[in-house]
Write a new protein. Structure first.
Ligand SMILES: Cc1cc2nc3c(=O)[nH]c(=O)nc-3n(C[C@H](O)[C@H](O)[C@H](O)COP(=O)(O)OP(=O)(O)OC[C@H]3O[C@@H](n4cnc5c(N)ncnc54)[C@H](O)[C@@H]3O)c2cc1C
Length: 406
């Protein structure tokens, strides 16, 4: 029997799940296509998850509205109270600093484990009245003037007004909708691992731009623990993955200005690595199709923004659907164009900023090194510019001291 709904969301990563919940909360009948259905109340993992996200204010606000934020285990969420960004200047250059006090917010961001987030999303989905979970992978899709139909590998057809592609970087929906992409590999992998630290991190997220050795971030976890994301060129990433945990700890202990003392790798005591690439979709929409999350854009994780962009896509899609004309259905072309327009600036800005920073800080040219470090020192002395940067990085809900939205 054909399943009929208003919107079919394909892809059950965190963005797809949150998208389905948000659309259902707006009163729409949603089908969420997931290769595997959420486990019923799986016990929380004992180990610290190697996948963690720095979620900003926009993400927190959406997840709170969906009652997902409060369903997460709060004892495993760490607030980021400050950021210290270290350039690769030869000597005596202090880090570029951002802090929650300066931004007049309770925290710049929150570090959340993937498992904590997904367990809360799964629990919310089990109780969501407007979401029908359909197990399977989409293998065929067909759009007519007024409907879209998806066929799953199980043979199950789903008919809807709008198809939402939330199926990740290699989006099947994007390909089927004939939306082209600009794809560039960074020739880097992000090596991730968790560590216990000898001294408290005081809620500081630290980042080091190491030129030819890539970019290291140590993000605070609850207690005296930190999570590493080292965006390393392929050969170095391979070496980091091969070497003994003690050697990786030593490398991190030697980072200039590192204030955490001795580090010990936490179980599973073996890092994981993720290939890094820039993926720019030619469009966020096609006939009866909207893309959200990594299906729509993949950025370098140096600013910790991919998931945040995905959650902001959901907000924008809801707003566009909310403003559609009364006679229009959910896949109406003008509504989709409004969604695409509303995301254009922020997505482009984040793509340009993360890509530009990555290129700027990987250059080995001496004049470039000097300029980038001078630039960081200058930003540190310009409160207005710092506030603008913070508003973009940590969510536009941050307010300027005049009370205006930044
Ligand atoms: C090292 C690293 C660190 C990061 N840190 C941060 C951070 O601090 N903050 C931040 O905001 N972002 C961060 N990101 C980015 C973030 O991880 C991604 O943006 C986010 O996970 C994308 O989620 P998604 O739901 O869009 O896609 P995915 O998580 O890739 O989910 C896609 C889903 O679609 C399913 N699917 C695929 N094809 C089909 C099909 N044909 N039918 C049905 N289902 C299908 C897949 O099984 C999968 O479940 C980081 C990324 C990396 C690599």
């Amino acid at each position: 029997m054909t399943i009929t709904c208003d919107i079919c969301v394909i892809g059950s990563g965190a963005v797809g799940k949150a998208g389905a919940l948000a659309l259902a909360r707006a009163g729409l009948q949603v089908a969420l296509v997931a290769p595997a259905l959420p486990a019923q109340d799986a016990p929380p993992p004992a180990d610290w998850d190697l996948r963690v996200y720095a979620l900003n204010h926009v993400a927190r606000s959406l997840l709170s509205t969906l009652r997902v934020w409060d369903a997460m285990d709060a004892t495993r969420i760490a607030a980021v109270d400050a950021m210290a960004i270290h350039g690769d200047a030869a000597a005596n250059a202090g880090p570029l600093g951002f802090d929650a006090y300066g931004a007049r917010v309770d925290a710049l961001a929150w570090i959340v484990e993937d498992s904590n987030l997904n367990r809360a999303l799964d629990a919310a989905l089990r109780f969501a009245s407007g979401v029908r979970l359909v197990q399977g992978s989409a293998v065929q899709m067909h759009c007519t003037a007024d409907r879209a139909t998806v066929m799953l590998d199980s043979g199950q057809p789903i008919e809807c007004s709008l198809l939402v592609g939330a199926d990740g970087a290699h989006s099947w929906v994007r390909t089927q909708a004939d939306i082209g992409v600009d794809y560039r590999s960074y020739g880097q992998r992000a090596v991730v691992a968790n560590f216990a630290c000898e001294r408290p991190h005081h809620g500081v997220a630290s980042q080091w731009f190491l030129g030819a050795e890539g970019i290291v971030a140590l993000l605070p976890l609850s207690g005296e623990r930190v999570s590493l994301v080292w965006s390393a060129p392929e050969p170095l990433a391979a070496a980091l993955m091969r070497e003994a945990p003690e050697r990786l700890c030593e490398r991190l202990q030697q980072l200039p200005g590192q204030a955490l003392g001795a580090l010990t790798m936490l179980p599973p005591a073996a890092p994981r690595a993720f290939p890094l690439r820039l993926i720019r979709s030619a469009s966020l929409v096609a006939h009866r199709v909207a893309l959200i999350g990594d299906a729509a854009h993949v950025v370098h994780p140096l600013a910790g923004q991919g998931m945040n962009l995905g959650f902001a896509d959901i907000d924008a899609l809801l707003a566009a659907l909310g403003r559609r004309e009364q006679a229009a259905d959910y896949g109406d072309a003008r509504t989709l164009a409004r969604y695409a327009r509303s995301r254009k600036e922020e997505v482009l800005l984040m793509q340009v900023a993360t890509d530009g920073l990555q290129r700027l800080f990987s250059s080995e040219l001496e004049p470039v090194k000097v300029v980038r470090n001078l630039g960081m020192a200058a930003i540190d002395r310009l409160p207005f510019l710092k506030r603008r940067l913070m508003a973009h990085a940590f969510g536009r809900s941050l307010y300027s001291p005049t009370g205006e939205k930044s």
